[in-house]
Structure formats: C-alpha cells, structure tokens
Design a protein around this ligand. Structure first.
Ligand code: PEP
Ligand code: MN
Length: 292
C-alpha cells in the first residue's frame, strides 16, 4: 500500500490494512461478511406488517439472500412520516428470522435503544444520519453485535473511516462499511453513488464494504445496474430494498424492487461476481508479492 494513503487516513490507523491484518471477516450466524462470498442483504425499507415481512423474507431467502433487512426505528426526512413500529417491528423481524433462517439487520437510532435492538438483531445498522453520533457508535459497539456502518450523506471517506475507528476503539472489531451514495450537485439520482469509495476501501482497509444501490439511486429501475457496478468494484455484499408491492410501501417505494425484479437482478449478477473474484485473487497475489 502506498504511504500516502496511510498519511491521508492517519486518524483511523486501526481501519487500514497492515502486515498482520489484511482482511476482517465479520461472523454472522454460520457465515461471514468480508470473505469469498458476496453476501446479499435484502428486505423492505420498513417493517410494515407480518404478511409483508414474512412474504419478503421467504422470497429473498429462496433467491439467495443471507440477511434480512427492515427498519423498526426509521429516520425519516419528514417528522410526520411513518417512524417505524419499534419493539413490535423487532419482534416481527425475530419471527421472520426463525421462519427463514436469515440473519437480521436493523437500524438503531438512539443509544437508549441499543440493548433492545441488540436483543433481536444479528447486526446493528447505524444509518447515514447517525454516522457521526459517537455516543451512539460507542453504545452500539459495546453491545458486541457486528455493526453495519452506513456512510453519512455528506461524509468524506476519511469521516466514514474515523467513525469505524470509534467502533474498533470500543472493543468491537466487527464493522461492515456501507457506501449508500452521497450528496452532490447531481439531482437525477437520489444520491451520487461513490463507487470509487468501494475500490479505495478494498485497497486500503481490512474491513468489508457493501453497496446500497437502493438509497444510492432512489429509482427502482437503476438498482440492478448500481448493484452490478458495486460488485464489479469489489463490494463484499449488497443491501437492497425489496417489497411485495412497492407502490404501496410505507417508505422508499420508488427505490424498492418487486420480487420479480429482485430475481432478475440476482440472475444478472453472475458475470460481475466473477470479475469481483478475479480482482480479489489478483489483489491477494500482489499482497503476497509485496510481503515476500
Ligand atoms: C435505510 O437503510 O432504510 C436507510 C434509512 O438508509 P440510510 O441511513 O442510508 O439513509
Ligand atoms: Mn430506506
């Protein structure tokens, strides 16, 4: 690795690759995030009803997802929009986990809720709006659960890595980074998908990084292309919003895939997964040469 990256990200030394730490694999149930497999996380933006969640969980599971997403505590742009079912939503996620064997990731927005959310979730999600809330990061880290850390919408890569460092410094090595798009002058998409961030993180950090093509694009018809681009850039996984009837979704319907669209997206990933594996193998050969 070039020393200039070390200097640029000097405030988060624990996040950077080192001779002793080339790759962190985050353990989740009986698999890992950050290993050879590209892990697919899918589910609705919000947990709405038992039927909606169960149908989605069963569907994404049979299509190859390993982790179910769904918000029980929802950060919303409007204070009058649906804010999530809270504890009842967590219970629904727990039932979906038992019924399908999927792991569960869900957002925690307040440090007061960490014990509750950690009781039900396999992975705690820190949302974009909370990325720099260090009190929340510390409490979430101390729960011992793996953390899915989403990049803030106006956060630089250095900001993201600093927040990851806070989690590592609180005795939790299990951090999964997430590129979900940032705010730029471009308004055609909901956010600007900073695919470069994925390539850079794969080069400089031992932590896994996944792509969120749903929030990056904001448009259902762009999600599969963004997913493929993220994988080609080396993402360790995807987090994708899927809904039985996106037009009726209580949140983020415009960017949620139908079941059929999710299946088509999954079918289209194969060549990109091969590109990803090839790049990963070449990367580890280079690393070996550098060491040897
Ligand atoms: C979400 O995952 O539904 C969400 C609110 O994402 P973000 O924090 O990236 O906006
Ligand atoms: Mn959403």
């Amino acid at each position: 690795m070039r020393t200039s990256w070390q200097e640029r990200f000097a405030e988060s030394p624990g996040v950077l690759k080192s001779a002793g730490c080339e790759r962190t694999e985050v353990p989740v149930l009986d698999f890992t995030v950050g290993g050879e497999d590209c892990i697919i996380i899918a589910g609705p933006c919000s947990v709405e009803t038992e039927t909606q969640l169960m149908a989605t969980a069963h569907h994404v599971r049979q299509a190859g997802a390993r982790i179910l997403r769904g918000g029980a505590f929802k950060p919303r742009s409007s204070p009058y929009a649906f804010q999530g079912h809270g504890r009842e939503g967590l219970k629904m996620l727990d039932r979906a986990r038992r019924a399908t064997g999927l792991a569960v990731v869900t957002e925690v927005m307040s440090e007061c809720d960490v014990p509750l959310v950690a009781e039900y979730a396999d992975i705690l999600q820190i949302g974009s709006r909370s990325m720099e809330n260090y009190t929340l990061l510390e409490a979430a880290a101390r729960s011992g659960r793996p953390i899915l850390l989403k990049r803030g919408m106006v956060a630089t890569l250095a900001d993201l890595l600093r927040s990851a460092q806070v989690i590592l410094d609180n005795c939790n090595p299990n951090v999964i980074l997430c590129e979900r798009g940032i705010r730029t002058f471009e308004t055609a998409t909901r956010n600007t998908f900073d695919v470069a961030a994925i390539a850079i993180v794969k080069q400089i950090s031992h932590l896994p990084i996944i792509a969120d093509p749903s929030h990056a694009s904001g448009h259902r018809d762009l999600v599969p292309a963004f997913a493929r681009i993220g994988i080609a850039a080396g993402a360790d996984g995807l987090i994708v919003e899927v809904h039985p009837n996106p037009d009726k979704a209580w949140s983020d319907g415009d960017q949620s895939l139908t079941f059929a669209e999710f299946d088509d997206m999954m079918d289209s990933l194969e060549p990109y997964l091969e590109i990803r594996s090839r790049a990963a193998n070449e990367g580890s050969e280079q690393a070996l040469e550098a060491v040897g």
